[in-house]
Ligand binder design. Structure first.
Ligand code: KG4
Ligand code: ZN
Length: 333
């Protein structure tokens, strides 16, 4: 039997597969949380012209490239299918057609090697992404996940589960960035564009609302985008960089205020950030200045990736071969 040259047999590799949205991802992670390969084939350019992810295009593209993404992952790790001891796949939540491609491929791969399969909650992946790598965060900790599809605060005491403390009642923080960018005439995805433009602007030039719905830890971002719309209508010649900086400041203020509130409420001193918005330079800076130990994973572990899925599977329950044949993807948890 041929084995990979990248590590001895017994390295116990978990193959992760993630296709919940518009990135086709595969990764190899050891039981100890060492990432041996993490491949992300972004479909960003395919969707850019539509200003958002087109579900049908996403599923077709996953189908087209997933096999080669898995091959590439094995090659980068110097491994073969024989080195894998478990397959992990995102089962929910996400675009149902996109998820189905990953789940069917994972089942076929696992079955062909008679391996166990772990069905992973995508959000559990984001929540435990900071437990990977050389300096893993250890529970108990607080985690802020802010992406294009989700924004929530959770508490982790046991890595196999998380308790949501608060979440967005409307738009996700990444969605607020994307919609704001669109109003400002910037490209998609808008977060990085706003981030870049904001560096040249005055964050106090415009006063956008910091919505804090209720006394709990929930978020709301939809009013902010409406406020930007009105500001642009009333001051069409407003400086774009000032607008971007002020708009970003309002989003980051809301996220940081809830983080501080949660830290005090939960009496925790460890925080992890996750999701694509964790790439935001102002959020990273402000989080680092909190009175807590803060873990911000590298960018490729913040945005959607399969290493976090394989990583989360370490804390999940593997379904033995062949009991997973009727496993189904689900758009919602
Ligand atoms: O986690 P992710 O890759 O995909 C989802 O699961 O949604 O997050 C994508 C989101 C997009 O809304 C994008 O605009 C945002 O993350 N984003 C950023 C930055 N980079 C990506 N938002 C603010 N600043 C950034 N630098
Ligand atoms: Zn995600």
């Amino acid at each position: 039997m041929a084995h990979g040259s990248g590590g001895p047999r017994g390295d116990c590799l978990i193959l992760g597969i993630e296709t919940s949205c518009d990135d086709t991802c595969a990764a190899l992670v050891t039981r100890d949380g060492v990432i041996r390969a993490n491949v992300i084939a972004s479909q960003g350019l395919l969707h850019e012209r539509y200003g958002g992810v087109v579900p049908e295009i996403a599923s077709r593209q996953h189908l087209e490239v997933l096999d080669s993404v898995v091959d590439d992952t094995l090659e980068r790790a110097g491994a073969t299918l024989d080195d894998i001891e478990e397959v992990a796949v995102t089962r929910a939540p996400g675009l149902i057609g996109a998820l189905l491609v990953g789940v069917s491929s994972a089942k076929a791969l696992a079955a062909s090697q008679r391996l166990p399969l772990t069905a992973v909650d995508h959000l559990h992946g984001h929540v435990t992404a900071s437990m990977l790598g050389e300096d893993p965060i250890e529970p108990p900790y607080l985690v802020l996940v802010a992406s294009g599809g989700h924004t929530f605060l959770a508490r982790v005491d046991d890595p196999s589960e998380y308790r949501v403390l608060g979440e967005t009642l409307d738009d996700a923080a990444g969605e607020a960035f994307d919609k704001g960018a669109r109003l400002l005439g910037l490209g998609y995805p808008g977060g990085p564009e706003v981030d870049r433009l904001a560096r040249d602007g005055d964050p106090t030039a415009f006063d956008f609302p910091r919505s804090q719905p209720g006394d709990g830890l929930d978020f709301s971002f939809s009013g902010l985008k409406t406020s930007l719309l009105y500001t642009l209508r009333d001051a069409p010649d407003g400086d774009r960089a000032d607008l971007a900086a002020s708009y970003q400041r309002a989003i980051v203020d809301a996220l940081i205020a809830r983080l501080e509130q949660a830290l005090a409420q939960e009496r925790l001193d460890r925080v992890a950030l996750g999701g694509g918005v964790a790439a935001n330079s102002e959020l990273r800076e402000r989080a680092a200045a909190l009175d807590a130990h803060v873990w911000v994973p590298p960018l490729e572990l913040c945005t959607d990736n399969a290493a976090m899925i394989a990583g989360a599977a370490r804390f999940g329950r593997a379904i033995p071969y062949p009991d997973y044949f009727d496993l189904d993807a689900a758009a919602r948890l």
